[in-house]
Design a protein around this ligand. Structure first.
Ligand code: 5GP
Ligand code: ZN
Length: 114
């Protein structure tokens, strides 16, 4: 999608601090980190929200988690722990409508989330 911020990052039109990339997935540091490690893992293909997913997207969603696992290992937070979050629509606070899995770690997380 030409007017999507994260599609522009995939296309290389907007710079991203990339920490992991493969054929299907891009992972880059969040511009406004909420923890010492805050990485966004996105599918290279545009999909707006969880509500837009169908059965054919099951594999890519699994790939997001496999990438999150790799990022956590690279960042040295796999064993101490980290949080993955995917916000959907307004009440959850979604602001960028290209699906992204937040990977947060490097500090103690609280529960419940705000
Ligand atoms: P959401 O609120 O949609 O779950 O998360 C969107 C995330 O994208 C936020 O954490 C925000 O800081 C991040 N973000 C917004 N614009 C940019 C940008 O231009 N570059 C990067 N790296 N992250 C961004
Ligand atoms: Zn997009």
């Amino acid at each position: 999608m030409s007017d999507c911020l994260f599609c522009k990052m995939v296309a290389g039109e907007i710079p991203a601090d990339v920490v992991y990339e493969d054929d299907d997935v891009l992972a880059f540091r969040d511009i406004n980190p909420q923890a010492p490690t805050h990485v966004l893992v996105i599918p290279k293909e545009h999909m707006a929200t969880i509500n837009d997913l169908s059965a054919v997207d099951a594999q890519i969603m699994g790939r997001l988690f496999l990438a999150a696992k790799k990022v956590a290992e690279q960042e040295g937070i796999a064993d101490v722990g980290y949080r993955t979050v995917m916000n959907c629509n307004e009440d959850a606070g979604q602001t960028v409508f290209h699906i992204h899995l937040h990977v947060l770690g490097g500090r103690r997380m609280t529960w419940p989330p705000g």
